[in-house]
Design a protein around this ligand. Structure first.
Ligand code: GL2
Length: 803
């Protein structure tokens, strides 16, 4: 239910809270102060419900999900919380009545620096969905003091500034020091026989870290449910436990939760990452078991009460950590502990890229986590003992948790879980046939698919109000509860009047985005142009380079023939490159150099614009997505596990231009082939190249004059300021045989771009196809994804009925 709040009551509460918080009148406060006060009020309004939810789960002894993820990327929470409490409009009107700028208040909230890309954002969508469908679901992660980095461009180069997102505090979090626990690192451990014939772990010289939880309420959509996102912060344990901590030691401890993604190009950075992983895995499992024991005398019921989800390999150490607690602290034997642990655990794989299948050198692992290593060794020993007679040495050596001097996290995750899933049908198939095929052979029934989803509450209701209001006026509001109801929009596909309103909503979003670009980047863009959008992390496999080549091609086309008709385009990018990913940073520089060239060339005459919005993140995405016309999803087939911006863009009426990869395939199936543009090699063709070693990028270069000319601009001075970057990219594509098949897909990609330029001119037909995408987008709601996780994997109920 929505909260019962009148505008007048709100205004009175707001003014009172301003006085309470800042001891000043309204005119003495900044937008951020006003935001903080709104946050405090929301906490007041929702506090009782939050407490009630927690109590209800406890008293009814509900099974709960604990979603362990090293990243959560929730984005700003003010509007989302207001929407979910059902008071967005009342509050906005009240704020406006008070003469304040609601938009400015919203913008003053910093984006939480808790994640970097699709994986973290998915975790945030899942948190929203669990609460909104009334499922008892908790998030468990790390409270990073600093986020990834704030990206600025200096002379076209990415420069990374500190993302100090917590500097003014965080109104949404509750520090719960009374729920802190100790996490041990290093030292020695040995097993001492006890009087009751057991072995007890004795630790010496360990480094003890206090894990302090900060809880944030995850408010469900107008259903009185509030779940918890619990993030752990590393602190020095309180004085008095006879230890004295030097500055250095204190520093080492607080390092653990200082930054998201420590630099993994150095050994030090990699060790820090492992410390982070064990830190939040251990603290989370300790708190789960402590809570369970409040209500239960034996551990037997644990899997009936607790589902622990391992989001990618980073939290895999929950498996040995749960074993440790069950054996060393709850005094269970191995077999029973293993049975309970595997029944609780489930694992999602999010990528087939080898570099993301984490492996830790045994020497490092053992030194940092001696007791956990003993347990992993024993898991490995028992696995080998059981599987060797059945599957033979080769398969067992290939799949055991320990091998090649490393701890192989993905294998450990599969072996220690009862369910393993991929995130789109193609991705799951590739896991089964390729990446994890031996383990699939051993555990065929463990594997399953759960196609990703996104929450339309943030990605349509909040970020695209013009479209949301239009949908309401056409089919009522039920789609807000049940996104599949967007199907009902199908009846308007030939309704001229509706299509015009639909086009107007898009136009208004484009105007708003153009204004933002003008104000923040001082670039004029024409809302009548095609807004061609590519927003995602910068990575070679995602192939932003194809897009770059297309811009160069268009540039040359206009230069060749300035008078010829040309459908205006704005190419819009948002992307951060990992600080140590040199090649990705070179591509950023090239895009910015191209923007400089194209945007300022009088002969181009504004027909073509390139806009690289800096510091891409959730809040920037919320501005770009509603304004987009074309959604570029150009990964090499097989490389993108799912993609989720493709889904967000789809539900905002954007036509996909994509390869048959990840969830693009499912989007095209849902929207209909004629409502998307697909291009490029299929997975089979890519694998064929691999198997036969038959790819020769230079052949494509030699055989396509246009491509040759486009590529040559990278090294012939046409684009000023990219001498070394242009050369490196040129070399990667031609001399080093183009690892991601950019040149193989170029011709088909360009062909589809030309079709787009042509099709866009027929406004009505375009709008109809855009609407078909919205109409079919409901099935990609994360509410349904989470429902499937609940039914098939976690066995946790939910209270809301979905279609
Ligand atoms: C990713 C995949 O690359 C991406 O395709 C997928 O949509 C998301 C969510 O499942 O997970 N894996 C990964 O490590 N990151 C992703 O975005 N960062």
């Amino acid at each position: 239910m929505a909260i019962n709040l009148t505008k007048n009551q709100f205004k009175e509460d707001f003014l009172n809270e301003i006085h309470a918080a800042y001891a000043t009148d309204l005119d003495g406060t900044s937008a951020f102060d006003q935001f903080t006060v709104l946050g405090r009020l929301i906490n007041h309004y929702n506090g009782r419900n939050y407490a009630k939810t927690t109590k209800k789960y406890f008293e009814e002894d509900q099974k709960e999900v604990y979603y362990f993820s090293i990243e959560f990327l929730p984005g700003r929470m003010l509007k989302s919380n207001l929407l979910n409490l059902g008071i967005l409009n009342v509050v906005r009107e009240g704020i406006t009545d008070l003469g304040l700028d609601f938009g400015g208040i919203v913008e003053s909230e910093p984006d939480p620096g808790l994640g970097n890309g699709g994986l973290g954002r998915l975790a945030a969508c899942f948190m929203d969905s669990m609460a909104s469908i009334g499922m008892a679901g908790n998030g468990n992660g790390i409270r990073y003091r600093y986020g990834l980095f704030k990206q600025v461009f200096i002379n076209g180069y990415q420069v990374e500034l500190e993302d100090d997102w917590l500097k003014n505090g965080n109104v949404w979090e509750i520090r719960r020091e009374n729920k802190a626990c100790l996490v041990r690192f290093g030292g020695n451990v040995w097993m001492r026989p006890t009087t009751n014939n057991r072995l007890e772990a004795v630790y010496e010289n360990t480094e003890d870290v206090l894990a302090v939880p900060y809880d944030t309420g995850m408010i469900g959509y107008q259903n009185d449910v509030t779940n918890t996102l619990r993030l752990w912060s590393a602190e020095v344990p309180p004085a008095g436990n006879e230890k004295y901590y030097t500055h250095e030691q204190r520093d080492r401890i607080s390092q653990i939760t200082q930054v998201l993604y420590p630099d993994d190009s150095s050994m030090e950075g990699r060790i820090l990452r492992l410390r982070q992983e064990y830190f939040f895995s251990s603290a989370g499992i300790q708190s789960i078991i402590r809570f369970y024991r409040k209500n239960h005398k034996t551990m037997d019921e644990l899997p009936k009460q607790v589902a622990v989800h391992i989001n990618d390999t980073h939290p895999t150490l929950v498996i040995p950590e749960m074993m440790r607690i069950l054996m060393d602290e709850c005094e269970l034997g191995w077999d029973q502990a293993w049975k309970l642990t595997t029944e609780c655990m489930s694992y999602t794989n999010h990528t087939i890229l080898q570099e993301a299948l984490e492996k830790w050198q045994i020497e490092i692992f053992k030194e940092l986590l001696p007791r956990i290593y003993q347990i992993v060794e024993e898991i490995d020993r028992r696995y080998r003992e059981e599987m060797l007679p059945k599957y033979g040495e080769d398969i067992v050596n290939q799949t055991a948790p320990l091998g090649d001097g490393q701890v192989r996290m993905a294998y450990l995750a599969v072996i220690g879980s009862h369910s393993v899933n991929g995130v789109a049908p193609l991705h799951t198939e590739l896991l089964e046939k390729d990446v994890l095929k031996e383990l699939f052979y051993i555990y065929p029934t463990r594997f399953n698919n759960k196609t990703n989803g996104i929450t339309d509450r943030r990605w349509v209701q909040i970020s695209n109000e013009p479209l949301s209001n239009l949908i309401d006026s056409a089919i009522g509001k039920e789609w807000r509860n049940n996104p599949k109801q967007m199907e009902l929009l199908g009846q308007y596909s030939d309704d001229d009047d509706f299509l015009e309103k639909f086009a107007n909503a898009k136009k208004n979003n484009k105007i708003a985005f153009a204004k933002f670009v003008k104000e923040t980047m001082d670039i004029e863009i024409d809302p009548e142009a095609i807004f061609d959008v590519q927003i995602k992390r910068l990575h070679a496999y995602k192939r932003q380079l194809l897009h770059v080549l297309e811009i160069i091609r268009e540039y040359l086309q206009i230069k060749d023939n300035p008078q010829a008709p040309f459908t205006k385009r704005v190419h819009i990018f948002g992307a951060k490159a990992a600080p140590s990913y040199f090649y990705a940073k070179e591509i950023i520089k090239i895009i910015n150099a191209l923007a400089e060239l194209v945007n300022n060339d009088p002969e181009i005459n504004d027909k073509l614009k390139v806009v690289f919005v800096p510091n891409y993140g959730v809040s920037i995405a919320e501005k770009i997505i509603p304004a987009a016309d074309v959604s570029e999803q150009t990964s090499t087939a097989s490389k993108e596990a799912s993609g989720t911006s493709n889904m967000k863009l789809m539900s905002n009426g954007v036509l996909l231009l994509g390869t048959m990869d990840g969830a693009n395939i499912d989007i095209v199936n849902a929207a209909g082939k004629s409502n998307a543009y697909t291009f490029g090699l299929t997975v089979a063709q890519v694998y064929n190249y691999y198997e036969n070693h038959s790819y020769r990028s230079v052949d494509f270069y030699e055989q396509n004059d246009e491509l040759k000319r486009v590529l040559n601009t990278l090294i012939d001075g046409t684009i000023p300021g990219i001498k070394s970057e242009g050369q490196d990219v040129y070399d990667a594509l031609i001399r080093y045989n183009d690892e991601y098949f950019v040149l193989a897909d170029y011709a088909d990609y360009v062909e589809k771009q030309k079709q787009i330029s042509n099709d866009f001119l027929n406004k009505k037909a375009w709008n109809k196809r855009a609407l078909a995408n919205v109409t079919a987008s409901g099935e990609f709601s994360s509410d349904y994804t989470i429902e499937r996780y609940g039914d098939d994997i976690w066995n946790v109920p939910h209270t809301k009925e979905l279609d």
